[in-house]
Design a protein around this ligand. Structure first.
Ligand SMILES: [Zn+2]
Length: 331
């Protein structure tokens, strides 16, 4: 063994992240430590499992309230590898049939119907998963296409909708010349580092006057919720973005700012509709749904999108439309 081999420095697992991805601010304060545990990938992807036991701090921007990781893994295609989940055919089919997100999906379709009238009209769902939203959009009169990188869910979405499901990212689709009147990103943007780059690309995929609909968790409200749960259940550890499953933690203000900086106009940020998950018993489901809808209804009151009741955010914006007044952007 040579001396060079013996003294080789360990591989750098992380690289630092620069200023705030939304506003460029450099006043970034740490507030949470995310832990990594990839032991379930030990056989499938040992390089990913090397990150088990590591941790990354989340930092909050003093200027805009957005939060992001202090550093990112250097492993090539880290996030693609993390999302390379090999679900069973049965599980994927169940995801297509499941209605727990239908309240969210129908709320988005109602607003897009108002913003993008007339037919024919084309919609692209980025992160189409098993195709449930594409299916509901077809029922609402849209010609749909999807982007889905996981081959198993993409195959299900294509088979169940009969529509094109692209196995490429949005940047590649721009080069193909495809254009749409509406583009949806539901529970997608929180996973993509440097979110303004993706939003700018989405802007290039939209026809003039077209609309984007973006749903993300509200980072600040999720943090308050985790803290409250850890007080109510002392054995519960605050778990926010472990494995960096979410890299972007938006507030209403920073989400509106990200859309404007990406070139969008007519930006509106509201409280997003909740998931209504199934429960084992009928009464359990009624109680769960009633409480979720009650919180959502309260969080839809004027100004309440800025309170911890707004657990998720739903933004709409347009390209090439008349700019909204600044004070109308978030409500
Ligand atoms: Zn910022």
């Amino acid at each position: 063994m040579t001396l060079a081999a013996v003294s080789r420095p360990p591989r750098m697992l992380f690289q630092p992240v620069g200023p705030c991805w939304v506003c460029g601010g450099t006043g970034l304060r740490p507030f949470h430590q995310c832990r990594f545990d990839f032991h379930e990938y030990a056989v499938q992807d040992p390089a990913l499992d090397e990150y088990s036991g590591e941790s990354v701090r989340l930092v909050r921007c003093d200027a805009c309230g957005f939060s992001q990781p202090e550093k990112l893994p250097t492993l090539p295609r880290f996030f693609d590898r993390m999302y390379d989940q090999r679900w069973s055919e049965e599980w994927v089919e169940n995801e297509f049939e499941a209605s727990y997100k239908d309240f969210i999906f129908r709320t988005i379709l109602r607003e897009l119907d108002r913003r993008v009238p007339g037919r024919p009209r084309r919609l692209l769902d980025v992160g189409a998963h098993a195709g449930r939203f594409m299916h509901l959009a077809q029922q609402a009169g849209w010609e749909v296409e999807g982007i889905e990188l996981n081959p198993r869910t993409a195959a299900c979405a294509a088979r169940r909708t009969g529509a094109p499901v692209h196995h490429v990212n949005a940047h590649t689709l721009v080069a193909s010349g495809a254009r749409f009147r509406a583009i949806t990103l539901t529970d997608v943007l929180e996973h993509i580092p440097e979110p303004i780059t993706l939003l700018q690309t989405i802007g290039r995929l939209l026809e003039p006057g077209g609309s984007i609909a973006v749903k993300v968790p509200c980072g600040r409200s999720q943090w308050y919720k985790e803290r409250l749960l850890s007080v109510l259940i002392p054995s519960r550890r605050i778990s926010l973005a472990d494995n960096l499953v979410h890299v972007n933690h938006f507030t209403p203000r920073s989400l509106a700012m990200a859309l404007k900086r990406a070139g969008f106009r007519d930006v509106l940020v509201r409280t997003a509709a909740p998931e209504l998950p199934p429960r084992p018993s009928f009464l359990g489901r009624v109680a769960s749904n009633a409480s979720r809808i009650a919180v959502y209804t309260a969080a839809r009151c004027p100004g309440a999108v800025h309170t911890p009741l707004a657990l998720h955010l739903q933004a709409y914006a347009s390209v090439g439309a008349v700019p909204a007044r600044e004070d109308e952007a978030v409500r």
